[in-house]
Design a protein around this ligand. Sequence first.
Ligand SMILES: [Zn+2]
Length: 152
Amino acid sequence: MNDRKHIGYIENGINLDHIPHGNAWYVMKILNLFNSHSQAGIGLNLPSKKLGSKDLIKIENRVLTQNEIDAISLFCTGSTLSIIKDFKVIDKFILELPKVVHDVIVCPNKRCVSHQHVSKFNTFVNRKDITIVKCHYCEKEFNIEDISQYKF
Ligand SMILES: [Zn+2]
């Protein structure tokens, strides 16, 4: 498998691979790729032995903050993040579901006091393998797929 033929090499930056198909959109939104000057290569629906099909994003000259990594990990648990310098991978790790995310999700509970604060959600995976987010303020639990409003 060689993704270089799809979207090319990058010299310095990041390569986010094995994104569950369809979730590249979240990464583009979280990192504000539509309104930035970063050069990015985006592959959608690429063949993957592991996932069947996957998305892939490479961004030139971009470093990620821990907050950005946490937000991305919420939608890309199990994806591979590689840090590239001078065309070489100098660091590589698998994204894990963050236990807590700050300022990523808007609580669907309209009366929740979180709307006056930086939102805070605890996360976990339930027995059916669904990612659940729990609001720190109103303590309601939601399936991540039912969240429709984000802070990004
Ligand atoms: Zn809430």
